[in-house]
Design a protein around this ligand. Structure first.
Ligand SMILES: *[C@@H]1O[C@H](CO)[C@@H](O)[C@H](O)[C@H]1NC(C)=O
Ligand SMILES: *[C@@H]1O[C@H](CO)[C@@H](O)[C@H](O)[C@H]1NC(C)=O
Ligand SMILES: *[C@@H]1O[C@H](CO)[C@@H](O)[C@H](O)[C@H]1NC(C)=O
Length: 147
């Protein structure tokens, strides 16, 4: 930033960005980079003795830009987080298959049930596992538990 910009303006923008870090342009895409690296790292791991129904845990925190006017995690944040957790699940469990078959993951439908709110600044885990499948689709269940 130019040195003639007053410190108060600089601080204001710095705080604004910090508070909205997860909604900042490209933040979503940057957060997928570790998932791609994880897939690359696990590409030779054929997971043959892995339990197919084992859950993968992904951990997150409710930050300021996840909050809505009810002061809890906002409904539209869930899909974004679940998207990321699904990427983590595939990178942890199916990296080898995805790497060798150049798999593209599409989403067909989502059913979401809100049982409890997630309070501000709490940490929570998303557990992703396979429920069942048919010839084309995998059906996953996700469970969110906060501590
Ligand atoms: C809810 O979260 C989404 C995704 O993080 C964000 O784009 C949106 O502005 C938020 N909505 C409210 C009402 O806070
Ligand atoms: C979020 O979803 C729940 C459950 O459907 C609903 O009760 C609540 O009003 C929604 N909140 C917002 C801010 O849309
Ligand atoms: C959430 O996790 C972070 C990092 O592990 C920790 O520093 C923080 O105290 C935790 N917050 C709560 C509310 O448990």
């Amino acid at each position: 930033m130019a040195s003639n910009v007053p410190i108060i303006i600089k601080s204001f923008f710095f705080i604004l960005i910090l508070l909205n870090i997860k909604s900042f342009p490209l933040a979503y895409h940057i957060r997928t980079v570790p998932l791609i690296l994880e897939t690359f790292k696990n590409r030779n791991n054929n997971n043959e003795d892995r339990d197919l129904f084992q859950a993968t845990e992904s951990t997150y925190s409710v930050l300021f830009d996840d909050l809505d006017t009810n002061r809890h995690m906002n409904n539209s944040s869930y899909n974004k987080v679940l998207d990321h957790a699904r990427g983590h699940f595939f990178a942890a469990s199916f990296a080898n298959y995805m790497w060798n078959h150049k798999v593209v993951i599409m989403q067909k439908s989502v059913l979401m049930i809100f049982n409890h709110e997630i309070p501000p600044f709490s940490n929570y885990s998303v557990y992703t596992r396979i429920l069942t499948w048919d010839q084309k689709w995998l059906i996953l269940t996700r469970r969110i538990i906060y501590r």
